[in-house]
Design a protein around this ligand. Structure first.
Ligand SMILES: [Cu+2]
Length: 194
């Protein structure tokens, strides 16, 4: 009886210690985060931007000479071809062709200065005035049939799923849940075998 009580106390103590360690590690190795972008997130632009930049809180890492940054520019679920480069704290994305009017989302996955992958995204509407759009019939087609493009939303999805999976908060919550489960099973086991 007394042994069981002491064991429970030890397990609870270990759980608290683990949680404390989790918190410390999280604070010491904070991932880089998005500090700004051009266009700004949510800001509408009146013409196709020559480039789109996303700036992070610390210098981004490049693995073995290759550009480790993964970029996905999309509009109404369609992936837009781009050329991307990473320098210092900034990812620069140049669309291969002019952007027509529409709501664009740029999702990037970068290697944080602490070596961990970090994902973020910005969205911005491109709102080219009608007179300018008249010379670009492609933009009118794209704007007129946004619903027709909906089934192609999927290709962009994996990048966003990765982002949700890597959120450190999710991992910490998962860790706490698993820990709680283990403790519950142990306590039950000890009760059954007393
Ligand atoms: Cu990290």
């Amino acid at each position: 009886m007394k042994l069981r009580k002491n064991l429970s106390r030890m397990i609870a103590g270990a759980a608290v210690a683990m949680l404390a360690a989790f918190g410390t590690v999280g604070a010491a190795n904070a991932h880089d985060y998005l500090t700004g972008s051009s266009p700004e997130n949510g800001a509408s632009v009146k013409s196709s931007p020559k480039d789109i930049t996303m700036t992070f809180s610390a210098e981004l890492q490049q693995l073995s000479g290759t550009d480790s940054t993964v970029v996905a520019l999309s509009q109404a679920g369609k992936k837009i071809p781009t050329t991307a480069s990473t320098k210092g704290t900034t990812v620069t994305v140049v669309p291969d062709a002019e952007l027509a009017s529409g709501e664009y989302t740029l999702a990037v996955r970068v290697i944080s200065s602490d070596g961990h992958p970090v994902e973020d995204s910005i969205s911005f509407p491109v709102d080219v005035p009608a007179s300018a759009a008249a010379s670009a019939p492609v933009s009118q087609t794209a704007a007129a049939s946004p619903s027709a493009d909906e089934p192609t939303v999927q290709p962009v999805q994996p990048v966003q799923d990765l982002g949700a999976g890597m959120n450190p908060v999710v991992w910490i919550i998962a860790g706490v849940v698993v820990l709680g489960g283990v403790i519950a099973v142990l306590v039950k086991f000890m009760r059954n075998t007393k």
